[in-house]
Write a protein that binds this ligand. Structure first.
Ligand code: NAD
Length: 499
């Protein structure tokens, strides 16, 4: 069986811990390769390589660092199809969606090309008599990131592009479920001109993560994944004196007002609820129609659309709306939660149970499910399902709908569909959620804005990409400077004498 490697000091390096994880093709259920799980010593070696390489990179002027990013963008475009195919094969998402995953990361790299501008400091002339004051933004040193399975291209690039362009070295610990694309990205960065040791990929699980968290050389840790792990990494990283940003799970509500265009809302919900099999942290998993009449009209429009969704392997081309979920365990968890919804009294309007695809019976496919009459005490409402399951919770008033989004423990994204500007404005202003869509179901900010949720969806201060990323990956140093007054009168031509 093919065996993946780590990428350390500019080379593919075999794992030495003797521990491995299986990497599946979710469409067939077959193990297609295995990935080494690093031990503490392997992580320490990568950190040591990074520590030695980083000062030279930090001393490279920002324009040259940005040129590596420019070249990297070209290479990503050159290899787009190859990257998307490798991504779909391990993750299961459709090819256009996989290309979108690469593209959204690429856009962060494009933003990072502006580093020479973003890294400029401030300057005050004559802050006091003969005194100037200025600030510099300097890299942290060795930085690290731990990423989830659901965006194996975009999320590593969210982190390593700004970290590296700021002059840091970066160690990526990608998800063990789909590690091939992160390894390909590291190779492309070096082809783009990045010196060895500045971007390394160390594959692994908790042991590799703990080796990052307890390594004194590592200055910052970025994490994206589920909330319990985000809390653990935030607490441990902070206790060890590191700069930490952790992004967790989600339960995104979409509120549908009585005046919304119901066709538009239903179209938005099928894309946002079922795209990528619901395995997106910005997926809409809860629809909140306001008023029973709105709810009835919505379900009437939604049910046939959900029933018509085409589920299949990425190899079927553009004919498929979504693919399998990532593992058999994820499928089992979704099925268990669907059953709990039924047991707790929700109405299963579209039943995706027992979905099977001829020729792919062992794949991790889950049919599309639509629930109505979900209540806020049910497990399917409280928990993140991360699958193709949309729950409809009926609200009687706008305030009740707003209150649901506000009272939920997660606060990643939310949306409102309405034709009324006043309601939309009130919602955007009052809701305690980090990213808000007005008639836009998945309001993922573009690379030059910042991405981040509130409440249990985010731990830390600074968001991903945009100007925040330059703050996260640099330290500010402020210099107050006065020079003794020098000779201003010109040269002395007569011999100096003691008077
Ligand atoms: P996960 O938490 O299982 O894994 C994320 C990373 O943490 C992986 O690299 C994994 O190896 C590592 N990890 C797992 N268990 C660990 C442990 N006990 N100790 C230390 N490290 C550990 O998440 P996932 O299943 O890969 O991704 C799905 C989750 O990520 C969902 O909850 C989703 O909402 C969330 N997510 C959030 C965002 C966001 O921006 N808020 C974006 C994408 C995904």
């Amino acid at each position: 069986m093919q065996e993946l490697t780590h990428y350390i000091d500019g080379a593919h390096v075999k794992g030495t811990s003797g521990r491995f994880a299986d990497v599946f093709n979710p469409a067939t259920g077959e193990v297609q390769t295995r990935v080494p799980l690093a031990g503490t010593d392997e992580m320490e070696r990568a950190v040591e390589v990074a520590r030695k390489a980083q000062p030279g990179w930090a001393a490279t002027n920002p324009q040259r660092r940005a040129r590596v990013m420019m070249k990297f963008v070209q290479l990503l475009n050159r290899d787009m199809d190859k990257l998307a195919e490798a991504l779909s094969r391990e993750h299961g998402k459709t090819l256009p969606d996989a290309a979108g995953d690469v593209q959204r990361g690429l856009e962060v790299v494009e933003f990072c090309i502006g580093a020479p501008h973003h890294l400029k400091g401030e300057f005050t002339d004559s802050a006091g008599p003969g005194i100037d004051m200025y600030s510099m933004k300097q890299p942290l040193g060795v930085t690290a990131g731990i990423t989830p399975f659901n965006f194996p291209a975009m999320i590593p690039m969210w982190m390593f592009a700004p970290a590296i362009v700021c002059g840091n070295a970066f160690i990526l610990k990608p998800s063990e479920r789909d590690p091939s694309v992160p390894l390909m990205l590291a190779e492309l960065m070096e082809e783009a001109g990045l010196p060895k040791g500045i971007l390394q990929v160390v594959n692994g699980d908790k042991e590799a993560v703990d080796a990052i968290l307890h390594n004194e050389v590592v200055q910052s840790v970025g994490f994206v994944g589920s909330t319990p792990i985000a809390e653990y990494i935030y607490a441990t990283g902070c206790a060890n004196g590191k700069r930490v940003q952790c992004f967790g799970g989600a339960k995104n509500h979409m509120i549908i007002m009585p005046d919304a265009d119901m066709d538009q809302a239903a179209d938005a919900l099928v894309g946002a609820g079922y795209g990528a099999a619901g395995e997106r942290c910005m997926a809409i998993s809860v629809a909140v129609p306001v008023g029973d009449d709105t709810a009835d009209r919505l379900i009437e429009k939604l049910a046939p659309r959900v029933e018509a969704l085409k589920v299949g392997p990425y190899t079927s081309g553009n004919d498929v709306d979504y693919g399998p979920v990532v593992t058999a365990a994820a499928k089992g968890n979704i099925e268990r939660l669907v059953q709990s919804g039924i047991d707790q009294g929700a109405k299963l309007v579209v039943d995706g149970r027992n979905f099977s695809l001829q020729g792919y019976e062992d794949g991790f496919f889950v049919g599309a499910h639509l629930f109505d009459n979900v209540t806020t005490d049910m497990e399917i409402y409280r928990k993140e399902i991360f699958g193709p399951v949309l729950s409809t919770v009926r609200a009687q008033t706008y305030e009740e709908a707003l209150g649901m989004a506000m009272d939920h423990e997660y606060g990643n994204g939310t949306a409102i569909f309405t034709r009324d500007g006043d309601t939309a404005r009130d919602f955007a202003s009052r809701v305690n959620v980090g990213m808000v869509g007005v008639n836009v179901p998945i309001p993922v900010p573009l690379a030059y804005h910042t991405f981040g949720g509130w409440k249990k969806s985010m731990f830390g201060d600074l968001n991903q990409h945009g100007p925040d990323s330059f703050k996260f990956y640099t330290r500010t140093k402020t210099i107050t400077s006065r020079w003794p007054s020098g000779i201003k009168e010109g040269g002395e031509f007569s011999i100096p004498v003691m008077e």
